[in-house]
Design a protein around this ligand. Structure first.
Ligand SMILES: [Zn+2]
Ligand SMILES: [Zn+2]
Length: 335
């Protein structure tokens, strides 16, 4: 027991290594750009000030978005999705698996759950004791169910999901802007050092490495950001891109795709001026998402939310037109 606790503690410490690597590279790039390039190498004051100004804007936006991606805790299912004390008691006392499943099916009737496990069963997490909201998954690293889980990212040592997906996308975007600006502004000095127009010294090596490192990160970021832009436009999470969400009608990769504009609004919000700031503006609360099938008959961005409210009012009646009465429950579906 003590050993497993010790191992878990070690894993938690080691999990910060990728973040430390990124932070060290960025801090070094700050020193190399500001001091070695701008202060010691560039002689023209106007050029120096202009470079420093733009660099600091990029640096602040990068650091802000990176901070938010790392330290925004993953959103977890609310109480309504957890088994109540009485349900849990009833569930644990019941010995017949089929009856246990029926208890969960009954609870699911009052919730906006439209996705199913691949077997057609209602998705239930045995560890968190919750009925999984649509698009949520259990993360074995965070040891909790995460709303609209995208993936667990070691570079931010956090789960990327509903609460920080916008921040993660902005972090990728500003990292790219940071790399583009560094490589574009350093290029002239890189060539000058290379042809011997500038004196040998520590600045030469800092500028050379700055160019190489910026280009290296730029290439990898281009692929990653490009992939995530495609996912946002299609309204898919990384997990959903690998395994299509299953609905009562069967698997559908485009089940949550409600059109490019509305897909973007779901992640970035209605106010376009806030799209580029790491401020939480994503629509909804991560428990329900407009379905393609529902949006075709409704203009509301949060069609399911309204549906849920209606269902809450008629909870005692257990009225739900979208559920298949024959569904079963799949226990602790591992993601
Ligand atoms: Zn879970
Ligand atoms: Zn995680």
């Amino acid at each position: 027991m003590a050993l497993s606790r010790g191992l878990r503690c070690c894993a938690r410490v080691f999990s910060w290594i990728p973040v430390l690597i990124i932070t060290s590279v960025v801090l070094w790039s700050y020193y190399a750009y500001v001091f070695e390039l701008c202060v010691f190498t560039i002689s023209n004051t106007l050029e120096k000030v202009a470079y420093l100004l733009v660099f600091h804007v990029c640096f602040v936006m990068f650091s802000w978005t990176y901070w938010k991606a790392i330290f925004t805790p993953p959103a977890t299912p609310c109480k309504k999705f957890q088994l109540s004390y009485s349900d849990k008691d009833r569930y644990e006392r019941e010995e017949r698996p089929d009856a246990q499943k029926q208890i969960l099916v009954d609870i699911a009737k009052s919730l906006p759950i439209f996705t199913r496990a691949t077997s057609g069963a209602i998705r239930f997490c045995d560890r968190c004791q919750v009925l999984k909201p649509d698009r949520s998954h259990h993360c074995s690293v965070c040891e909790t169910c995460v709303l609209k889980m995208d993936h667990h990212c070691p570079w931010v040592n956090n789960c990327v999901g509903f609460s920080n997906y916008k921040f993660f996308l902005l972090f990728l975007s500003y990292s790219m802007v940071y790399c583009v600006f560094i490589s574009a502004s350093v290029f002239r000095f890189f060539i000058n050092f290379w042809v011997g127009d500038l004196p040998n010294g520590p600045a030469k090596f800092h500028v050379l490495f700055l160019m190489f490192v910026a280009l290296m990160f730029l290439v990898s970021l281009m692929f990653l950001l490009g992939y995530h832009c495609w996912l946002v436009v299609q309204n898919r999470s990384t997990l959903e891109a690998f395994s299509a969400p299953v609905f009562t009608t069967g698997p559908d990769r485009n089940g949550f795709n409600v059109g490019i504009r509305r897909n973007l609004q779901q992640v970035f919000g209605d106010n376009k001026r806030l799209w580029f700031l790491p401020i939480c503006t994503s629509q909804g609360d991560g428990h329900y998402f407009p379905l393609k099938s529902l949006s075709e008959s409704s203009t509301s961005l949060l069609a399911n939310e309204e549906k849920w409210d209606e269902e809450e009012e008629s909870e005692d009646d257990n009225i739900s037109g979208d559920r298949d009465p024959s569904v079963t429950v799949e226990m602790d579906e591992e993601e």
